[in-house]
Design a protein around this ligand. Structure first.
Ligand code: ADP
Length: 165
C-alpha cells in the first residue's frame, strides 16, 4: 500500500521572503507533498491581499513540483484534517521565535494530538529576515532585492512607488 506523506507549512506570507522559500525547499525535500497555506486572518491588517500573497507564493515556489499553495481560515488543525495531513512545518530563526512557536505547537497538540509540529532551522543568511523587516527596510529606502524573490520585489515597488529608489 502506497502512503503519501503530506505536510502543511502555514503562515501569513505577507509577503513571502527568501527565508520562507528556504523552509519550503527543505520541507519539500523531506515529504511527498507540501502545502504552503496562507492564513486568512480578518483581525490582522495585511499589506497584500490573500490573492496577491498566493500569486507571489505560487511564482516563488514554481520550481518545486511537489509544493502547492492554498489558503485557510479558522483552525489550522481543521485545515490539516481536511488535507489529510498530520505534519505542521514551521521555521525557526532565533531563540526569540521559540516562545511563540512553542505556545502555538502546544495549543495545536491540545487541539489535535495526532498532529505533529516539526521545526526546520533557517539558514544563517535568513536568520534576521521577516516579512515585516522587508517592508520596513523597503519603506525606508533600503535594499531588499536580496531578501525576496523578483515577483515580490516588483510588487513592493508597485505598491509603494514613493519609496522606490
Ligand atoms: P506568522 O505570521 O504565522 O509568523 P510568517 O509568514 O511570518 O507567519 O511565518 C511563517 C513561518 O515561517 C513561521 O514559522 C516563521 O517562524 C517562519 N519564518 C519566517 N521567516 C523566516 C526565515 N527568515 N527563516 C526561517 N523561517 C522563517
Amino acid at each position: 500500500m502506497s502512503h503519501t506523506i503530506k505536510a502543511v507549512y502555514p503562515g501569513s506570507f505577507d509577503p513571502i521572503t527568501n527565508g520562507h522559500i528556504y523552509i519550503a525547499e527543505r520541507a519539500a525535500g523531506l515529504f511527498d507533498e507540501l502545502t504552503v497555506s496562507i492564513l486568512i486572518n480578518p483581525e490582522k491588517r495585511a499589506t497584500f491581499s490573500v490573492d496577491e500573497r498566493k500569486t507571489m507564493a505560487i511564482e516563488a515556489l514554481s520550481h518545486l513540483p511537489n509544493v502547492k499553495v492554498d489558503s485557510f481560515t479558522g483552525l489550522l488543525v481543521d485545515f490539516l484534517r481536511q488535507e489529510r495531513s498530520r505534519i505542521i512545518i514551521r521555521g525557526l530563526r532565533a531563540l526569540s521565535d521559540f516562545e511563540y512557536e512553542f505556545q502555538l505547537a502546544q495549543m495545536n497538540r491540545q487541539l489535535a494530538p495526532e498532529i505533529e509540529t516539526l521545526f526546520i532551522v533557517t539558514d544563517a543568511r535568513y536568520s534576521y529576515l521577516s516579512s515585516h523587516a522587508v517592508k520596513d527596510i523597503f519603506n525606508f529606502g533600503g535594499p531588499v532585492q536580496e531578501m525576496v524573490p523578483p515577483g515580490v520585489y516588483r510588487r513592493l515597488r508597485e505598491r509603494f512607488p514613493r519609496f522606490d529608489k
